[in-house]
Design a protein around this ligand. Structure first.
Ligand SMILES: NC(=O)C1=CN([C@@H]2O[C@H](COP(=O)(O)OP(=O)(O)OC[C@H]3O[C@@H](n4cnc5c(N)ncnc54)[C@H](OP(=O)(O)O)[C@@H]3O)[C@@H](O)[C@H]2O)C=CC1
Ligand SMILES: O=C(O)[C@@H]1CCC=N1
Length: 272
């Protein structure tokens, strides 16, 4: 485990998820810092994980070996421009922002930097996250290894060769927990309409989702359609449900959703 001093700029949802993974994996809390303009999220991070906190981005970055840029894409330029007078020559910059191309950060910070673009997801807070990573040829193996070690505390990582592939990572992993939450939410709503108490409907739907995910992971030799067919008795109940989903074009909807996700990332790359 590296002992680099890591400072997160922005103490929102994704920062909390990554810090949770880091600390649960034994990363020393005194080596982790987070910055945020408002105090409540910083207080909560300090109380929960014992990390250092500050409202001053320049202070946080100055004392860090690794700077994780974790603000919303629309704020990135403003936040980076405030850091232009900090010397980044011995720092590794990791960004988790969707959309913004790697080369843009150098312009915003107005100096050459070593930057790795990443795309994590919120299950990182439980150690079952998935993070896509991209680095160009200027990044050393040591820097890649440091970034990978940090992000692996939250789960699995996948390096992509081309920067554009990170948009596909967003559609498949960064944003996708929300698709599954929506599906489970819809199932619970339907269960309630059928007369079941909400807590019971949730208990059933969430355990089924966990079981289905584990079945997929633990049966790598089986196709998804085989797993589905194993549930689907001829002339039975599942067949009716699955046919309804197919006729309603669930696959087409998912395809449109993922294409729109990528399209938005491409649009953000032009905007921010
Ligand atoms: N949420 C997710 O699932 C994922 C998010 N991402 C990326 O992570 C980044 C952060 O997203 P997310 O955590 O969801 O967003 P949040 O809004 O939860 O977090 C952003 C944080 O940045 C803080 N902030 C605002 N202005 C500044 C500033 N000038 N200096 C320092 N901090 C500031 C905000 O503070 P305040 O609220 O007090 O204004 C907020 O706490 C985005 O770029 C997003 O694309 C990537 C993968 C997954
Ligand atoms: O919705 C977003 O833009 C961010 C990126 C991936 C998940 N949340």
């Amino acid at each position: 485990m590296p002992q680099a001093k890591v400072c997160f700029i922005g103490a929102g949802n994704m920062t909390r998820s990554i810090i949770s993974g880091l600390i649960k994996n034994g990363y020393p809390s005194e080596q982790v810092c987070a910055t945020n303009p408002s105090q409540p999220k910083l207080d909560a991070l300090q109380a929960d994980f014992g990390i250092k906190v500050t409202n001053n981005n320049i202070d946080g970055v100055t004392h860090a070996d690794v700077v994780v840029l974790s603000v919303k894409p629309q704020l990135m330029q403003q936040v980076c421009e405030q850091l232009q007078h900090v010397d980044f020559s011995n720092k590794l910059v990791i960004t988790i922002a969707a959309g913004i191309p790697a080369k843009r950060y150098q312009e915003y910070l107005n100096q050459p930097i070593k930057l790795i673009r990443t795309m994590p997801n919120t299950p990182t807070q439980l150690g079952v996250g998935m993070t896509g990573l991209y680095a160009d040829d200027s990044i050393s193996d040591e820097q890649k290894s440091l970034c990978q070690t940090l992000m692996e505390t939250g789960g699995k990582v996948l390096w992509v060769e081309q920067e554009d592939e990170l948009n596909q990572v967003i559609a498949l992993a960064g944003s996708s927990p929300a698709y599954f939450f929506l599906f489970i939410e819809s199932m619970i709503e339907s269960g309630i309409k059928m007369g079941m108490a909400e807590d019971k409907a949730r208990a059933l739907a969430e355990q089924a989702a966990l079981g289905a995910a584990q079945m997929v992971i633990q049966n790598q030799d089986l196709s998804l359609s085989t797993l589905r067919n194993n549930v689907t008795s001829k002339g039975g109940t599942t067949a009716q449900a699955v046919e309804t989903l197919e006729k309603g074009n669930l696959r087409g909807l998912v395809d449109s959703a993922m294409h729109n996700c990528v399209a938005r990332a491409e649009e953000m790359a032009k905007t921010f």
